[in-house]
Design a protein around this ligand. Structure first.
Ligand SMILES: [Zn+2]
Length: 221
């Protein structure tokens, strides 16, 4: 059986054993296994913001939602409270939208924004990986979890202006030669000025990636 069919079967079985329940209101979720009801899904603040930056390394930069209620609360729950079920909901939604828009056709690998090892050790998981593992269930590109690394534990971006953010991130990432010739989609949780994905894209292009785009769950500002 193909992996897609196995996944679908497992989803059906999982949905029967543990029926999906909305993470926002507690109502029944959407079968077979989306823990979000249709009503709450329709309330999410869609942005579907798409940009291509001419001077930068990203061929496309997509953000699905605005970083506003209740998406901001959901991201917080995923990022700081370890609610990985929320990651499944948000990653599935991001993957479905990207697939519907056809962006995945231009992509060979998904690369979640890496955390610095110290931060990963403190948190125990990387929220972008938790999103990406569900995005790939919808779009079917392999995850590349060791292609890039974070060299410096950069201070939080909050409160910095655009140039300061870029200085903060300069040379923050390294990409391995395994990126060579590949078309890559970076998966990120929240983008503000796009500078994190931009710097990561720059590192991937330097390593020989043919094309880089970014898929973000939410866009702040
Ligand atoms: Zn609901």
């Amino acid at each position: 059986m193909a992996r897609l069919q196995v996944d679908r079967l497992m989803d059906r079985i999982g949905g029967m054993l543990l029926p999906p329940r909305c993470v926002l209101c507690g109502a029944p979720g959407q079968p077979p296994c989306l823990d979000l009801c249709r009503e709450c899904e329709l309330e999410l603040p869609l942005a579907e913001h798409c940009a291509s930056d001419d001077d930068g390394p990203l061929a496309r930069s997509f953000a699905l939602y605005r970083h506003a209620a209740p998406v901001d609360d959901l991201v917080h729950a995923l990022k700081y409270r370890g609610e990985l079920a929320v990651g499944r909901v948000l990653g599935t939604l991001l993957g479905r939208h990207v697939a519907r828009l056809g962006f995945h056709v231009d992509v060979d690998r998904l690369v979640p924004v890496p955390l610095h090892p110290a931060r990963l050790a403190a948190r125990g998981y990387n929220q972008s990986v938790e999103l990406a593992r569900w995005v790939t269930r919808e779009t079917r590109q392999p995850l590349a979890l060791r292609m890039v690394s974070r060299l410096r534990d950069t201070p939080p971006q909050v409160g910095l202006d655009g140039p300061a953010r870029r200085r903060n991130l300069a040379s923050a990432f390294a990409a391995s030669p395994s990126a060579r010739g590949l078309r890559i989609a970076i998966v990120d949780d929240v983008t503000t000025t796009g500078s994190t994905a931009g710097e990561l894209g720059r590192a991937l292009r330097l390593a020989g990636a043919e094309r880089v785009e970014a898929w973000c769950l939410a866009r702040a500002g």
